[in-house]
Write a protein that binds this ligand. Structure first.
Ligand code: ARG
Length: 284
């Protein structure tokens, strides 16, 4: 994960210099796509797979799959050296698009805007997004492709170790995430929500929050940026449950769902999926 550290340090430092690392005020800012990239690698001479693109799915009618993400969640998505979203989810969805014979176009936006943008601004979203009952009222989810759990980032000398220790604390989270929802439910908590989880970690460093709740792999990346100052604790010790990541899709588009699920299944069977896990998530 070392390469993400350097990249993140640079990004965070320049972002803080330019804009400062504020908390709540920023969280209320309207969502705007920050960058868009066109996948130039999608091959044009698809033969056998092209049939899938001609499904009845409206989303695929133009041959372009517009995919929303929030590239603030390493190693699943982050802004790469070239300024474009990179990471496991980006590599996965591009491979899915290739299998389906469609061009993949990425829209980087606020995490909290993703679900409501599906079916209008974007076709689908891939963003380390956890399947929840509330989200299922608005969107459909693909088959789950990865398991996670919330982690707790605390100062290195903190005594926080079990569920009761979280009561009454000021908790930093990324707005609209499952970490946010868990924090709201903790007894006596004060929740500070940020558009970027890394800004919550910065406020942990300067003492504005007592702890940060964020998904396991990003927590490990963020904590790894400040190994002398913070530690990332496994949420299982606080009773947090396993979460399943899946691609969020428009409600009721069975053709699109089938095509995406089929593509992911094929990528699992042909070894591509494991290769991407090794490269982006387990690779150091
Ligand atoms: N898994 C959490 C959720 O679904 C956090 C995802 C945040 N993802 C991101 N790309 N910022 O709420």
């Amino acid at each position: 994960m070392k390469k993400y550290l350097a990249l993140f340090m640079a990004t965070v430092m320049s972002a803080c210099l330019l804009a400062g690392c504020g908390a709540k005020e920023e969280a209320a800012a309207p969502a705007a796509p920050e960058a868009a990239t066109v996948d130039e690698t999608a091959s044009e001479d698809q033969t056998a797979d092209t049939a899938e693109a001609a499904t009845g799915s409206e989303a695929l009618a133009d041959g372009v799959l517009t995919v929303g993400t929030n590239a603030e969640f390493p190693p699943f998505e982050f802004v790469g050296d070239d300024g474009n979203p990179d990471g496991f989810d980006m590599a996965l969805i591009k491979a899915v698009g290739e299998k389906m014979g469609v061009e993949v176009q990425i829209e980087n936006m606020e995490f909290s805007s993703l679900v409501s943008s599906i079916g209008n601004k974007i076709d689908v979203a891939i963003a380390g997004m956890t399947v929840t009952d509330e989200r299922k009222e608005v969107v459909d989810f693909s088959d789950s492709y990865y398991d996670a759990v919330q982690y707790v980032i605390v100062p290195a000398d903190s005594a926080i170790a079990k569920a009761e220790d979280l009561n009454g604390k000021t908790i930093g989270v990324q707005l609209g995430t499952t970490g946010d929802f868990i924090a709201q439910d903790i007894e006596g908590s004060t929740v500070s929500s940020y558009n970027k989880a890394v800004d919550a970690v910065n406020d942990l460093l300067n003492g504005r929050v007592d702890l940060v709740i964020v998904d396991k792999n990003p927590a490990q990346v963020f904590a790894g940026m400040y190994p002398d100052d913070v530690v990332a604790l496994d949420g299982a010790q606080f009773g947090f449950e396993v979460e399943n990541y899946a691609i969020a899709m428009p409600k009721g588009d069975a053709e699109l769902a089938d095509a995406i699920n089929k593509a992911v299944k094929e990528l699992k069977e042909d070894g591509t999926f494991d290769k991407l896990v090794a490269e982006y998530i387990e690779g150091n």
